[in-house]
Design a protein around this ligand. Sequence first.
Ligand code: ADP
Length: 160
Amino acid sequence: MPKTAIYPGSFDPVTYGHIDLIGRAAKIFDKVIVAVAHNYHKKPLFTTPERLKMLKDATRGMKGVTVESFDGLVIEYARTKKVNVLIRGLRMISDFEYEFQMALTNRRLANDIETVFLMPSENYAFLSSTLIKEAAALGADISQFVPKFVEKPLKERLRR
Ligand code: ADP
């Protein structure tokens, strides 16, 4: 049986940090499903189709990696896909509390599903979509944080 993992998130937008993590996950698992959360509680800057498209561009050529969107609980989505591993990223200690809480809540809800944490390259350990949006809104050069096909729409969206 090929081993599959789901990497869920809002990816609003995808950054080099996410891409680094997807590459690491793809080395461990036969298949990685990058899953864009549609019902994201914070109002996303990019629509689900836009976030999907950027992730597809970002993962083109990565073996075993597919991109999908999902609605509702990630554990329910994992069950429908018959996948029992979730990938999440840990950047700083500050991620730990939230991620720990979420992993344990998910485990209570679905004891058969495990969360696996991966750490990005230290080059990306400080990157977050939120900070990049803020920096871009203030006119910073964000080319070292996101690919070109993210940078352009991000600047355009924030100009409005
Ligand atoms: P969410 O709203 O679900 O936290 P994000 O897109 O912000 O969605 O993040 C998805 C996952 O990717 C989270 O586990 C987050 O910690 C991780 N992540 C985000 N940015 C990075 C990064 N630069 N390096 C490693 N992991 C990251």
